[in-house]
Design a protein around this ligand. Structure first.
Ligand code: C5P
Length: 400
């Protein structure tokens, strides 16, 4: 049972939202409704009130409901559906506008949002609408693309809303996917480690933490509990009831923290860029340059390899490591599989444009023992994270 908010906007397809509500309720979901003023010209709020036995959110200024009804609905919602999504509401959402109860509630909700657009074919094809849709896709909204079919105008064109049964199926598949990792605990390391030279300086690397964050987000979306061991990052980790974030600075701290958690987790995804060496001695005070000094030598000693250390202790855990290389990618990555006892190595040529440190995209190749490497196309890191979590989910599914 999921708490689903259906937001209805002004399109003739609004009547189909009534059947959708019925189907969702029959499948056991709890449904509440938000309507734009325009949509009430197509379907009366009484219909939805009678079906849901809940107040219908229409007006921001109605004083006999809760004091902030749009936020209350936003916070209650586990999945938001915009059915139908008019060109106007799509444009508002793409730009973060919030001038009525529905757009305000949609801006406020933290729930995932699916939209079923419905409009005239020329409105659909208009570059402004396409631009807005692309923006929503980039914002992680799910678009249920309209079909080509008979429009209210009496001719065939693209813009006919997906049928309620098909929308309900999309919801079902999506929900099934979300719950795939319920009961699993995943340990993810992210970012770079810093190794102190003196109280002011350190040796670090260019890791931004984006890949680790993408894995964390995908694991949370799939219902897993996540322990994130986070070094230096340029991204913010979300606050989520299933996420524990442990901040660390050095490789030694990262090793101690991951070791501590390792026994109770089902998988380790080692996305952190760990410093292989650290200064042999850390100066107590800031190292001063001396007169006539043209050279300073810092002697480095080897850091423990976290992945290899945990790999050697592996019991039921699935281990996924990363290999960032600038040359001989596959040979180097292949060697790491065995050396680090990993089940997967995600190999990444960081010398390639659009791949590697700091950027939002990645082109990776997946290596597994005794299986041909699989090259994935250039994808957003978020999508790479989702696909990596898919690999884990499939593996657990097969071993059931
Ligand atoms: O050996 P290399 O650094 O290329 O291996 C990369 C993989 O090993 C990554 O998953 C990284 O997080 C992990 N690693 C580690 N401890 C180290 C060095 C790398 O766990 N000291």
């Amino acid at each position: 049972m999921t708490r689903i908010a259906v937001y209805v906007s002004g399109s003739v397809a609004a009547f189909k939202a009534v059947s959708l509500v019925r189907i969702l309720q029959k499948e056991g979901h709890e449904v509440r409704i938000g309507m734009t003023p325009a949509s009430t010209r197509f379907v009366t709020p009484n219909t939805f009130y009678a079906l849901t036995h809940q107040p219908v959110l229409i007006d921001l200024w109605q004083i006999n409901q809760s004091p902030v009804p749009h936020i209350e609905l936003a916070d209650w919602t586990e999945l938001a559906l915009v059915v139908p999504a008019s060109a106007d509401l799509i444009a508002k959402m793409a730009n973060g506008l919030a001038d009525d109860a529905v757009s305000s509630s949609l801006l406020a909700t933290r729930a995932p949002i699916m939209l079923a657009p419905a409009m005239n074919n020329q409105m659909w094809a208009n570059p402004a609408t396409q631009r807005n849709l692309n923006r929503l896709i980039a914002d992680q909204k799910i678009i249920l693309t309209p079909k080509t079919g008979l429009l209210a105008e009496g001719y065939v064109g693209k813009g006919r809303m997906m049928e309620p049964e098909d929308i309900a199926n999309q919801v079902k598949n999506w929900l099934a996917k979300q719950k795939r990792l319920v009961g699993k605990v995943i340990l993810v390391t992210a970012g770079g480690t810093h190794e102190a030279i003196d109280p002011v300086r350190f040796i670090g690397n260019r890791s931004s933490g984006k890949m680790g964050l993408a894995v964390v987000q995908a694991a949370l979306e799939a219902g897993a509990k996540v322990i994130a061991v986070v070094g230096q990052v340029q991204v913010e980790f979300p606050k989520h009831p299933n996420l524990t974030v442990k901040k660390v600075t050095t490789t030694a701290e990262m090793l101690a923290t991951t070791l501590d958690a390792f026994k109770k987790v089902d998988a380790l995804v080692m996305a952190a860029a760990v410093a292989d060496f650290r200064p042999a001695e850390v100066a107590d005070q800031k190292i001063k340059k001396q007169a006539d000094q043209d050279k300073l030598t810092i002697s480095l000693i080897k850091n423990p390899d976290i992945l290899a250390t945990l790999g050697a202790k592996k019991d039921h855990q699935i281990i996924m490591g990363f290999a960032a290389e600038t040359n001989d990618l596959l040979q180097n990555a292949q060697a790491k599989l065995a050396k680090k006892h990993a089940d997967y190595i995600v190999a990444n040529d960081v010398s390639q444009a659009g791949s590697g440190f700091g950027v939002a995209t990645d082109q990776v190749t997946i290596l597994q023992p005794n299986i041909e490497p699989k090259r994935w196309p250039l994808l957003s890191k978020r999508e790479v994270g989702q696909r990596l979590i898919n690999l884990l989910a499939k593996r657990w599914q097969q071993s059931k």
